[in-house]
Design a protein around this ligand. Structure first.
Ligand code: SF4
Ligand code: SF4
Length: 130
């Protein structure tokens, strides 16, 4: 049987390369940041179109790239506008005070395309932006 997990990893790598080309947040850290609880995310992508800075990434499914998808928010690029949280039909995005957002993102990120090795090794993947 064709191994679709290779295709998933290829797509994840494309996302990482695209993200590396995006500008980083220039303003100071907002009061609140968006954090997605991936356990409740259906991968419906409704939130993606509302993000003005394009910092919501679609995570391909682990075995089949187009199944069991979910999103990951690049917290370092989030400007705290709340648009995604307002439009998520499943209420799975929460605006968290920025001092706590990175710790919560650590807990709620089940699958990461942005820092996959850290997730695999169980290390903390997020730390407060400077
Ligand atoms: S709060 Fe705004 S900037 Fe942050 S992820 Fe949501 S839509 Fe994007
Ligand atoms: S709108 Fe909500 S459920 Fe849909 S992809 Fe975004 S975070 Fe996930």
């Amino acid at each position: 049987m064709f191994d679709y997990s290779d295709e998933s990893e290829r797509k994840a790598q494309e996302i990482r390369e695209r993200k590396a080309e995006k500008p980083v947040r220039k303003i100071k850290v907002p009061k609140v940041l968006a954090v997605v609880d991936q356990a409740g995310c259906t991968g419906c992508e409704a939130c993606v179109q509302f993000c003005p800075v394009d910092c919501i990434e679609l995570v391909p499914g682990p075995q089949f790239p187009d199944m069991a998808k979910m999103v990951e928010i690049d917290v370092d690029r989030c400007i705290g506008c709340k648009a995604c949280a307002k439009h998520c039909p499943w209420d799975t995005i929460t605006m968290i005070p920025s001092a706590e957002a990175y710790a919560i993102a650590n807990e709620w990120t089940l699958r990461s395309v942005l820092k996959p090795e850290a997730v695999k090794s169980g290390e903390k993947i997020w730390s407060a932006a400077e």
